[in-house]
Ligand binder design. Structure first.
Ligand SMILES: C[S@@+](CC[C@H](N)C(=O)[O-])C[C@H]1O[C@@H](n2cnc3c(N)ncnc32)[C@H](O)[C@@H]1O
Length: 339
């Protein structure tokens, strides 16, 4: 039953978020069914159903006649809060679920559904500005939930300059720079993404330690140098294997001898029978990209193929990633050919 009705819960959350219900209720003693109906100019019956469903889903809690935010909703669903998750909710609801309804089509065509590969070079070659903003808001929301866990799990104490390749909203850099007072980071991303990221870094008060580098990891001959570590967070799942190897090879070239690489993602288990979040994210990549969620073993073999050594897999639990594969460029500078 839970599997069949998963969409009901998701749509309830998405609608309440779209109505800004949780932001409306923040800091108040809650709302009655009558007041909810009046506020949204809807009938008593759907107002009652919506509030009841939100309470059942632990998004709201009822005190007498009033429904107010739970701590969960207060933390993640109120606009402007540091861990606001709304960007991801909106993207899943507006961009991805319409495509998920046609999953069978993607299964047969083996092509992305959320954009037209005949008209766009990639998912990131977006045309609709509203959709473009939604995507990177979603990435920021998802990554900010995971960045602290990543910072706890991966030892960057010896790193002074981090290059975050495809760094998006900079959520990981913000968390990592807060954790390590000696660290400086560079978000490398497409020019229009850097423009969206700049305000996030300013809001975090880290403009003096996080730089933005505009570029394209396929079109540019090389990635920026001068960094002793590179982070690839939720990057390789977007691309087919040959593209992943191209990106990894450029990372290897950009690092100095001894430089560190960190690849983090929702890894599918090596035996490919789970876990659920990674396996379903992988199907999400079927409707969104030419990639899929890879296993840690696949990443280790590609990293070894481009020349990284001392490969280690670190496991952790977080919404946007469940591990990291870490490696180093050998001190003696050997380059490997990628076919
Ligand atoms: C799934 S998002 C991950 C963002 C970020 N690393 C995170 O973990 O939140 C993929 C990122 O890759 C960036 N990207 C895609 N194609 C790129 C390219 N050709 N060059 C540089 N960045 C690119 C996108 O703009 C986006 O920010």
């Amino acid at each position: 039953m839970a599997l069949v009705t998963g969409l009901w819960a998701s749509k309830t959350l998405a609608l309440a978020h779209e109505l800004d219900l949780f932001t409306h209720l923040s800091g108040t003693a809650g709302i009655t069914i009558e007041a909810c109906a009046a506020h949204y100019r809807i009938a008593h019956r759907p107002a009652e159903m919506l509030l009841t469903a939100c309470a059942a889903l632990r998004l709201l809690e009822r005190h007498g006649e009033h429904y107010g935010n739970t701590p969960l909703a207060e933390t993640y669903l109120v606009r402007g809060r540091p861990l606001y998750f709304g960007g991801w909710i909106a993207m899943a609801d507006r961009r991805e679920y319409p495509a998920w309804l046609h999953l069978k089509e993607a299964l047969h065509s083996n092509r992305p559904l959320t954009w037209d590969p005949d008209r766009q070079a990639s998912l990131f070659d977006g045309e609709d500005p509203a959709l473009v903003a939604t995507f990177w808001e979603a990435m920021y929301a998802l990554s900010i939930t995971t960045a602290d866990v990543l910072a706890d799990s991966v030892d960057l104490s010896g790193v002074t300059r981090l290059l975050d390749v495809g760094g998006g909203g900079g959520a990981n850099d913000i968390a990592l720079c807060r954790r390590h007072s000696h660290l400086r980071a560079t978000v490398f991303d497409l020019p229009f993404v850097c423009a969206l990221t700049r305000p996030k870094i300013e809001q975090a008060g880290l403009s003096d330690r996080i730089d933005l580098a505009e570029g394209d990891f396929f079109a540019d001959a090389a990635l920026p140098d001068g960094h002793d570590a590179i982070l690839l967070s939720k990057i390789l799942l977007d691309w087919k294997e040959s593209d992943c190897l191209t990106i990894l090879h450029k990372c290897f070239t950009a690092l100095p001898p001894g430089g560190q690489i960190v690849v983090t993602d929702l890894f599918v288990d090596d035996n490919k029978d789970g876990p659920v979040d990674a396996a379903l994210m992988s199907l999400n990549m079927l409707i969104e990209t030419w990639g899929r969620n890879y296993t840690a073993a696949e990443y280790r073999s590609w990293l070894a193929a481009v020349g990284f050594t001392g490969l280690q897999t670190i496991r952790f639990e977080a919404p946007a990633a469940n591990g990291a594969v870490v490696g180093h460029k050998p001190e003696t500078n050997t380059t490997f050919r990628v076919s």
